[in-house]
Design a protein around this ligand. Structure first.
Ligand code: PEP
Ligand code: MG
Length: 754
């Protein structure tokens, strides 16, 4: 026997089915739906909002309001109580809207007469696509027997909203508003590389249409059978995949365990016992978990929710009997477009053919992104709208380096992308060929070659290049990517990951270098007139000492038992260096007193970026364990030339007498003081400029991963003795640039600078 709650839900579902299968336009059916809902649930008014363009909610139907509301009532997702429901995807009951902190009074909405409110999100594929609302004039506390039937109706309603007829209706509505169809989308890059191919839209998820079971026993058997079959197929699929070992295979193994989890299965079976179909029970079990975990800040648990969604979808596929492999056998290239995806979904395709993956939702820690990256597939996420706009077979060009996707790209874009793909393939081959060859010049001088790391991607170059370590870790990049200032614990996670990846190789941590062109999204900047020479970098962290202290603490803890190298950016004089170093040493003392496990050795250095330190170098070299020249900033200050200003990009050259004299001065003094001196600015990543650095006496270069092999080729082909002599003669020439002479020299001496 069904409970009264279930009765109301059944009644509404039946009535709704009649409405949408009956006669009348979509507008009429929407009106009838809200009228029916208000009637069955004894509300005084009802409204239905649908999400358009992912960003705003538009009122499509209402009843019970004094004057009939028009179709021009919209609000942004996140705004007010209704926008909040679409954002949080949670049902919300409010006894008195007028006292609710999020209530947004809109005169045109005609809500004046109403006090209590109930709103349920209309969810499809994990995304709110609408909100169903009920209002009562009196103060009233909406209860379970109102909430559950409304939520059940919302499930069936979601299916209709996503139907082709509704999509056409909504598109026509948007077209009336003059919304153009886009062909270039900007998202977030999760895995680098370029890819071109026809779109394959990954739409495996099925919506639940039948909610109540007729025969419980039969339903339980169907569930057991689908669950068994799914797990057998997963075992077979993963065992057949030759994926190597690594984090990605751990993820796939964890996923398999998840699919077999007894607790999850029993929950679904429990819902079937309660009267739901197996499909509706799978959804309910997911929703229960979503309600419990969605508010968590814990990224691990969030990823578990993604996995659960994926396993639930997979099980739904088996319940619907839709386990057919995606028909891509005839294609040689494919660009998979998904709203969201689990790691196992990727294995549904022949992954050798996947040229790129586009996810409407997705974060760098998302499991499918990690697996795709391990397979060398470019991934772009957070591309809103593409998933619903794209059709199978439409050509896409994906730039995974910058997170850009083109639909139906022009021949010119295709040409550029093809060239990029070829270049990347060539680079990968070159990297592999050079990987195990020594970084020694033709005259047998050993050059230490490190890489610069900012994004997680860069870490891949540690193995790919077989470098000597990480010469510059730009710690501000994870700070810039985060939504709020990472605390010590979160920082330790980043830094440990780096240490682990370096596996005993040297790592140089740079303290936070923000301000100027590197802004943190969660900080308000005062908008200085000359930010590059303003309150930035070490100037900020010395003034906001807590940030510096926390970062030092995180470095110390992450490098416990190992060597820790810390350098400070934008130091302008010895006093600043002492001040910063003191902060690190104080934190070290504190950690020791707490009898924490501290680093085995600590080296403290600074970046040479501000010209004033060059004039105080002798004194500084007595107190620094190492120095690293940041030629990007140093050049901008030496030439008084904004490094971000395109108009000045070609005006001054680092390969010129003033700059090379400074560079020579630095390396000579450091050698005399026996202090390790490296270059981590872009000069080290450009083969001809790096060649000149070797000629000046530099033997430590920290290079961007992508340029590593080009520079290594140059290193292995140069004879530094002859070059040093030649550069000395050039330092008396006073042209604007010495580049033509140096390029000619490289050609004449067979030095590989391309
Ligand atoms: C530099 O200035 O050369 C440098 C390496 O630092 P960044 O580019 O991060 O400012
Ligand atoms: Mg700099």
């Amino acid at each position: 026997m069904k409970t009264p709650v279930a009765n109301k839900a059944v009644e509404m579902s039946e009535l709704f089915k009649k409405i949408i299968n009956g006669r009348g336009s979509i507008a009429v059916k929407l009106d009838k739906t809200v009228e029916m809902t208000a009637k069955v649930l004894r509300a005084d008014a009802a409204a239905c909002y649908l999400v358009l363009d992912d960003n705003y909610l538009e009122l499509f139907a209402s009843c019970g309001f004094q004057k009939k509301l028009t179709n021009n009532l919209s609000l942004r997702v996140g705004d007010g109580i209704i926008g909040g429901i679409a954002m949080s995807k949670r049902t919300t009951a409010v006894e008195n809207i007028w006292q609710h902190p999020d209530f947004l009074y809109r005169a045109e909405a005609g809500e004046e007469k109403y006090k209590s409110f109930l709103g349920a999100p209309v969810i499809r594929w994990g995304r709110a696509i609408g909100v169903l609302c009920l209002y009562k004039k009196e103060l009233y506390e909406f209860r379970k027997d109102d909430v559950e039937p409304l939520e059940t109706l919302a499930m069936a309603f979601a299916e209709w909203v996503a139907s082709d007829e509704m999509r056409t209706y909504k598109n026509a509505f948007m077209a009336k508003r003059g919304q153009a169809i886009r062909d270039r989308y900007k998202g977030l890059s999760l895995s680098r590389g370029f890819g071109i191919g026809p779109a394959v839209v990954h739409r495996r998820r099925q919506a639940v249409t039948k909610i109540f079971a007729e025969d419980k026993q039969a339903e339980l058997e169907r569930l057991a059978q689908a669950h068994r079959q799914m797990n057998n197929d997963l075992d077979e699929k993963f065992n057949a995949s030759k994926l190597g070992i690594g984090e990605h295979t751990d993820i796939l193994d964890a996923y398999r365990m998840f699919a077999k989890d007894k607790g999850w299965y029993n929950k679904i079976a429990g819902h079937v016992e309660g009267g739901l179909t197996a499909e509706a029970a799978v959804e309910r079990a997911y929703e229960d978990m979503w309600n419990r975990l969605s508010a968590t800040q814990d990224t691990y648990l969030k990823e578990r929710l993604h996995d659960l969604r994926d396993v639930a979808d997979r099980l739904l596929g088996y319940l619907y009997g839709d386990t057919s492999d995606i028909k891509t056998a005839d294609l040689t290239d494919l660009v998979v477009v998904a709203q969201s995806m689990g790691p196992a979904d990727l294995m549904d395709y022949d992954y050798h053919k996947i040229r790129a993956l586009i996810l409407e939702d997705g974060t760098p820690t998302m499991h499918v992104a990690i697996v795709a990256k391990a397979l060398g597939i470019p991934v772009v996420s957070k591309i809103k709208g593409l998933y619903k706009d794209i059709k199978n077979g439409e050509i896409l060009a994906v730039n995974g380096d910058e997170g850009i996707v083109y639909i139906r790209p022009s021949e010119k874009i295709l040409e550029t992308f093809r060239a990029k793909i070829a270049e990347n393939q060539q680079q990968a081959a070159q990297m592999a060929a050079l990987k195990n060859l020594p970084a020694k010049t033709a005259d047998k001088k050993r050059v230490h070659m490190y890489i610069n790391v900012g994004l997680d991607f860069d870490l891949d170059y540690v193995d790919a290049t077989n470098c000597d370590g990480i010469g510059l870790y730009r710690t501000e990049i994870p700070f810039m990517a985060a939504e709020k200032m990472p605390d010590v614990e979160h920082q330790i996670i980043y830094y440990k990951k780096l240490m682990d990846k370096a596996a005993g190789k040297k790592v140089v941590f740079r303290s936070l270098d923000v301000g100027s062109d590197k802004l943190l999204p969660y900080w308000t900047y005062s908008g200085e007139e000359n930010p590059a020479i303003g309150w930035r970098s070490i100037r900020i962290t010395l003034d906001r000492r807590a940030i510096l202290r926390q970062q030092m603490r995180a470095f110390i803890r992450a490098a416990a038992g190992q060597e820790l190298n810390v350098m400070f950016p934008m130091i302008a004089n010895l006093a600043e260096f002492r001040d910063a170093k003191e902060t690190l040493l104080l934190e070290l003392d504190k950690e020791k007193r707490r009898s924490q496990n501290v680093p085995a050795k600590i080296n403290v250095g600074l970046m040479i970026e501000v010209p004033s330190v060059v004039f105080q170098l002798d004194a500084i070299l007595k107190e620094a364990d190492f120095i690293s020249v940041g030629t990007n900033d140093l050049a901008q200050f030496v030439f008084a030339c904004d490094r971000t200003n395109n108009r000045l990009a070609e005006r001054y050259d680092v390969l010129s007498v003033p700059f090379l004299r400074i560079m020579q001065d630095i390396v000579t003094k450091a050698a005399k003081a026996n202090v390790l001196c490296s270059v981590c600015g872009e000069m080290a990543s450009n083969p001809i400029e790096a060649m000149v650095l070797l000629g000046l006496g530099y033997r430590n270069l920290s290079i961007s991963g992508a340029s590593f092999s080009k520079v290594k080729k140059m290193v292995r082909s140069v004879n530094t003795g002859q070059l040093t002599d030649y550069i000395q003669t050039l330092l008396d020439f006073n042209q604007r640039t010495l580049r033509p002479q140096l390029t000619a020299y490289a050609y004449d001496h067979g030095i590989e600078i391309f």
